[in-house]
Design a protein around this ligand. Structure first.
Ligand code: PLP
Length: 296
């Protein structure tokens, strides 16, 4: 296994140099009073690297900027992060191209009690073989988010739709799903609509229509979901964003979750209901997402 790579961004906020420093992957880089540690106050993006190619770098940087705006952080330096991502990919490809890797980009509010400004770094590592996950139907349970649909617009301080470093509740939802005998969690609203998984978007098929919850409902607009829509359109299916009632899942003709690294996972069971699994369509989707030429 190749060593992970760590690159420390000299000036994470826009307007500075685009420099970074390569560091040992286990270097202690965060101070004890960094806002990331004391308050989970910062943002991140995880770029998938498939057969050595980083996918959707610019859409990830767009969302990184959006998250910064939502948290009222300084605008991140696109040039610095873009350059560090490119170098991180070179490093992980050095001993041969791994099938699946990730590059995590982080910017925190800085260090409490100082005027040091934001802290930023990029960390790249390898993933295990994702093939079984992408091709075997998984079991999913719905869990309440505690919110009603659209609360994000009413209460922007909840930061719904921002990719913040406060993921403890997302991880807790994943553990709860496992406790309930499932592989995946699906967060839903108190008024009965689908949001997203703790680390994924949900795509639902009914006949020739694919629908995913609209991002303005209070969730992340996924990069892998957008790519999956390109594939489904190419197969003659219509794709749309909407408000997806939880009740509509039971008679779905197919359900998938997507994210940048795992890419796709078919769902074969949700809250006690069997969901049809189209192995050929799923195989085509996986192939498209891994290989699509326009990865950025
Ligand atoms: N929703 C949440 C909460 C996530 O954390 C993620 C990614 O980790 C996604 C959706 C999927 O986004 P993407 O496809 O850009 O990885």
């Amino acid at each position: 296994m190749r060593a992970p790579a760590l690159l420390l961004i000299d000036e994470p906020a826009a307007g500075g140099t685009a420099g970074f420093v390569e560091a040992p992957h286990d270097a202690p880089v965060v101070r004890a009073m960094n806002f990331a540690v004391t308050r989970g106050d910062g943002i991140f993006e995880t770029v998938g690297v498939h057969d050595g190619v980083p996918h959707d770098v610019e859409p990830h940087l767009d969302r990184f900027e959006l998250s910064a705006r939502m948290l009222e952080l300084p605008e991140p330096s696109r040039d610095a992060y873009r350059a560090a991502i490119a170098r991180a990919v070179e490093l992980i490809n050095e001993d041969g191209t791994p099938p699946t890797a990730f590059v995590k980009c982080i910017m925190t509010r800085g260090v409490e009690g100082t005027d040091a400004g934001p802290t930023g770094w990029v960390y790249a590592g390898l993933y295990p073989d994702m093939t079984p996950v992408r091709t075997t139907p998984a079991r999913m349970v719905t869990l309440t988010s505690g919110f009603a649909l659209g609360i994000g617009a009413e209460a922007p301080w909840l930061l719904l739709g921002a990719k913040t470093l406060s993921y403890a509740t997302n991880m807790a939802a994943k553990r709860e799903a496992v406790r309930r005998g499932a592989d995946e969690a699906l967060l839903i609203t108190t008024d009965g609509y689908v949001l997203e998984g703790p680390q994924s978007n949900l795509l639902v098929r009914h006949g020739d229509r694919i629908v995913t919850p609209a991002p303005d409902g209070g969730l992340l607009h996924g990069t892998a979901q957008r790519a999956a829509y390109d594939f489904f359109s190419s197969q003659g299916l219509s794709t749309e964003y909407g408000h997806v009632p939880v009740a509509s899942l039971a008679d779905a003709d197919g359900i998938w979750i997507t994210n940048s690294v795992q890419l796709v996972r078919p769902i074969g069971w949700i809250d006690g209901n069997e969901i049809p699994f189209d192995a050929d369509l799923t195989a085509g989707l996986v192939d498209y997402l891994v290989r699509r030429p326009d990865g950025s």
